[in-house]
Design a protein around this ligand. Sequence first.
Ligand code: NAD
Length: 400
Amino acid sequence: MKDKICKVGIIGTGGRGGGFAYLIGEREDVQITALCDPNHVRMEAFKKKFKLTSKMYKTVDEMLKKEKLDGVIITSPDYCHEANAVAALGKGANVLIDKPLATTVKGCKNIINTAKKAGKIAMMGFNLRHDPTLKRLKKIVDDGILGKVFLIENREFYDGGRTYMARWNRKYALCGGLWIHKGSHDFDVFQWLLGFPKPVKVSSVAGINVFTPENIPFKVEKGTKVGPTCHECAYNKICPDVHMYAEESGWDDKARKVDKYSKDLCIYCSDKDVHDNGIAIVEYDSGARASHMECFVTPISDRLYTLVGDRGQAEVSLHNRSILVRPRWSRETISYQIPESTGGHGGADPGIVGAFIKILKGEGDVTSTLEHGMYSTAVGQAAEISRREERMVYISELTK
Ligand SMILES: NC(=O)c1ccc[n+]([C@@H]2O[C@H](COP(=O)([O-])OP(=O)(O)OC[C@H]3O[C@@H](n4cnc5c(N)ncnc54)[C@H](O)[C@@H]3O)[C@@H](O)[C@H]2O)c1
C-alpha cells in the first residue's frame, strides 16, 4: 500500500477545508477528487483557489453514490457534523471528522453507532494532539517525569476567537456553545495527557463581557449605523476589529445570494448567545482535576498549561513552544525549547493529514477515536448546561 494514491473528498469547502486542501496539495500520495458543499459558488471558488480537478456535489449522498473514495474529510460547520458523518459512514466511507464530533452527546452517539455498524475507519481531527510542543509534553508525562499527574490548568487566549461572533459560531444552536466548539480541543487534551480517565463532573461560569453594542471601540456619530457586516459598515476604515471577507470570491455577494451566510457580521452588534470568556472545571474518575479558561478578547493566541504530578510540575506555553519542568524535591529546572514547525496550527495540521492517510493505507491505527470525541463534547455540553443552570453537572446525566 506504500505507493497507493488515496482519493479523498472534502465535505465543507470553507476555511478549515481550505487548510486541509492546502496540506493535501503538498503531498504526492493523496488527491482531492471530490468536493461537497451546498454553496456551489463557494465550492467553485475553492476548486479554483486550490487548482483542483475534483468533481463537485451538493450533498454527501450524491457524492458517495457517484464517487469511489478512500476517505472523506468533514469540515462542514459543527451543526451538520452529525448528519454528514452519519451519511458518509452509512454509505461506507472512511471518515476524518474535525472537532467537535457533534454538538450534543446524543449526536455523538448516533455517529458512533453508525460507525460501529459500518465497520469503517473513523477518526477525530484533534489537531492539538499533533502539536509539537504538546507531543513533547505527552512524552514527558508518559515517561513518568512528573509522576502521576493529578492537576492540570489551562488558560487559553485566542485572538481569532473574536471572529466567532461574526459567523455561525456565535449561536449556541449552531455550535453547541463555545465550551463545545472551542473547549472540545482542550477537554480532549486533558483526557489524552491524563491517559484517558473518564470525566465525572463539570462546573463552569461564562458570559459575554466585551462583544456587545455598548463596547463598540469607536465613537458612533448620531444618524450613522454600525454594521450589520464589516463590508457594509460606515466605520470599517477605523474599526480595529474589522475582518472583511467580502472581496474574497466564495464569501462575496454572489456566494451570499445562495445561502445568506456572511462571515463578517459586526462582532459587537450581531445577535449571539455564546460567551467571550469563561472558566470550566472538570473532575475525572482517576481523581485528577482540570481547569480550562478560555478568553476571546485578547491581543495574542496562546495556551498556557500547568501540570502537577506527584514527582514534579510542568509549565508550558504553546505560543513560545516552551516547556519548563520542575522536579518536586529539587530547585533545578529542565527547559525544553521546541523547534518551530510549518503547517497550520503551529505544525499540528500536517500531523492530522499524515495520520489519516497512513490509516487509509493500512499503515496505522486510529488513536483519536470517536469515543474521545464524544467525551470532549460531553464535558463541553456539561459546562454549557452548568453555566446556564448555575449548577454542577454530572457526565452521567448526558451519557446514560
Ligand atoms: N481543528 C481546528 O482547529 C479547527 C479550526 C477551524 C475550524 N474547525 C472546524 O471545521 C469546521 C468548519 O469550520 P470553518 O471555520 O471552516 O467554517 P466556514 O464557515 O469557513 O466553512 C464552512 C463551509 O461548510 C459549508 N457547509 C454548510 N453546510 C454544509 C453541509 N450541510 N454540508 C457540507 N458543507 C456545508 C459552508 O457552505 C462553508 O463553505 C467546523 O466544524 C469547525 O469546528 C476546526
